[in-house]
Design a protein around this ligand. Structure first.
Ligand code: CP
Length: 333
């Protein structure tokens, strides 16, 4: 494996192999496996789980890591091509990223969506431009429309809880005061389709996921025997579901238009996941969310603190699956 950027790039057998390796490293720790190896982590956006779990994973495998958060003790980094750099940024990614890559054995980059131009975000314009500057194994720490580390951890979580391969996963839009990126919903939709699940995207009008994201998931479902469809009917979508995966994202019908966005979401505060949502679901139906989550805005306390919630296991699973990714990238076995 040369890079870990998108589950869709990996050969079919690679995801099960990574999950098996993650299990093995949990069962039989290898504290010297990556001795002498260095992981660079470049965060252009904030993080808790991704930042801490990659550092912890590298340390548990005997390697080390450094973290760069531009503008916080290091130079602000310009990522736009061709700009006159007379603003706050003192360094351009065209110099900064190759320099960072020269200090480490693998580099992870987090670069969220710009949130203004849907076509540019769907094309991963920023992440791809940064990735092209890296001549080492590369890890996507979350880009405009992808979060493969989260997707892999979520797949492991589904396995850990014995969720049926053909089970129903409802990816439900949830309220947030601001339009959040499409990275997690896109990655989770694709992951669940690739796993062979019956996936229902439950969302209000105006919040449909873009056709290219739905098409990618449908192609994965065609390979695995799964299915993908959309619904605005909460009761119908959740009937018999094994998983409700709550996620907040921006209105795609008016992407980049802040005023129209605010108007559309103003009436949607009822999209906060509550216990009553699970009434038509399967008895063992669980709640997933990638975190961070706004309590009593996106998901109610009663759900997050109740027996259905497996959000902490999802977050924990970032560690073993990323250790498996690091092992494959840096040890090659
Ligand atoms: N889920 C996730 O990626 O969390 P962070 O943004 O805290 O890294």
């Amino acid at each position: 494996m040369k890079r870990f950027v998108d589950l869709a790039e990996l050969p079919r057998e690679e995801v099960p192999a990574l999950l098996e390796l993650a299990e093995r490293l949990q069962r039989e720790p290898e504290p010297r496996a990556l001795a002498g190896k260095i992981l660079g982590l470049l965060f252009l956006n904030p993080s808790l789980r991704t930042l801490a779990s990659f550092q912890a994973g590298m340390a548990r495998l005997g390697g080390s890591s450094f973290v760069i958060t531009p503008g916080q003790g290091t130079w602000q980094l310009e990522t736009r091509p061709g700009v006159v750099m007379d603003g706050a940024a003192a360094e351009h990614a065209r110099e900064g990223i190759p320099v960072l890559a020269s200090y480490c054995d693998a580099l992870g980059i987090r670069a969220f969506a710009d949130g203004r131009d849907l076509a540019a975000d769907l094309a991963e314009t920023t992440f791809n431009a940064l990735a092209a500057l890296v001549d080492k194994p590369l890890i996507n720490l979350e880009s405009a429309v992808n979060h493969p580390c989260q997707a892999l951890a979520d797949w492991k979580t589904l396995e850990d809880f014995g969720v049926p391969r053909r089970g129903r996963l409802v990816l439900s839009w949830a309220y947030h005061p601001r339009p959040l990126p499409l990275a997690v919903p896109s990655a989770v939709l694709h992951m669940a389709a690739l796993r062979g699940m019956e996936v229902v995207v439950l969302r209000p009008e105006g919040f449909a996921l873009p056709p290219s994201i739905m098409d990618k998931a449908r192609r994965a479902a065609a390979l695995s025997g799964g299915s993908v469809r959309e619904s605005e009917d909460r009761r119908e979508a959740i009937a018999g579901a094994h998983i409700v995966y709550a996620k907040e994202w921006g209105a795609t019908a008016c992407y980049g238009d802040a005023a129209e966005e605010a108007r559309r979401r103003a009436g949607l505060t009822g999209w906060c996941v509550r216990n009553e949502w699970f009434e038509p679901a399967a008895r063992e139906c669980r709640l997933m969310h990638c975190l961070p989550v706004r309590r009593n805005v996106a998901v109610a306390d009663e759900v997050l603190d109740g027996p259905r919630s497996i959000v902490r296991r999802q977050a924990y699973n970032r560690l073993p699956v990323q250790m498996a990714v690091l092992y494959r990238l840096l040890k090659g076995l």
